[in-house]
Write a protein that binds this ligand. Sequence first.
Ligand code: ADP
Ligand code: ADP
Length: 245
Amino acid sequence: MSLVEIKDLKVHYPIRSGFLNRVTDKVKAVDGINLNIEAGETYGLVGESGSGKSTTGKSVVGLEKITSGSIKYKGVDITNVSARRNVNYNQSVQMIFQDSLSSLNPRKRVLDIIAEPLRNFQHLSTEEEKIRVLQLLEIVGLSPESLYKYPHQFSGGQRQRIGIARAVATNPELIIADEPVSALDLSVQAQVLNFMKKIQREFGISYLFISHDLGVVRHMCQNIAIMNKGRLVEVGTREDIYDNP
Ligand code: ADP
Ligand code: ADP
């Protein structure tokens, strides 16, 4: 059994227009894709901007309404939003985004940002929560003083580490990483990628690694799918995709 099984997934967004704001058309953001993610792997989903990668990732984490098809997690159907609101599932699957400055609430302190998923799922005392967040800061290599700072007081690479600390707070099994290094300077990209590999080994995390960057995907992923206009145009191992003439 695969960790995630996506079958004939379609996500179409309605387009509304006119005085009555009626649905007049639709964007077929994801238009019938099949893919399986195995436990422990880093599955690469690559494609140009607008090809439907983020919509696919958000569908798996439960942030997008699915038009048709199915998604199973460890054999359990989580296609319906109500099923995806299941507490265990929400703890097990987390998502990190490209632009951590806009995805981390600028008005919240790092303590509250990282503790948010913990507060949703676990009932810790203030003291227990602070200890846990300090542990998470240590794991991602940030100082204890970070607790009471705000996102804008950090560099891009440090902010991505805050996003990762938040994602690993609930001990997830799967992290959807949507362009996790695209907004970073080249010198910082390698650090964050190595760090993602390190926590993968230590915590047994699987990734759905979304990127427009073929080089980064080749470095990170053994199994890769290439997406174009809502469809998968090539699926295979790294060797299939890169080494075959
Ligand atoms: P990618 O991650 O590959 O850049 P996306 O999944 O973000 O692609 O977008 C796929 C397509 O769906 C694009 O044409 C995009 O404009 C459109 N789209 C994404 N989100 C929405 C939305 N909320 N409403 C309407 N169209 C959307
Ligand atoms: P709301 O907070 O209004 O419920 P959101 O769209 O922020 O709506 O979140 C919808 C669901 O997705 C919630 O169950 C939330 O816990 C979950 N969610 C939001 N962001 C993430 C994330 N980065 N990773 C995993 N789950 C998330």
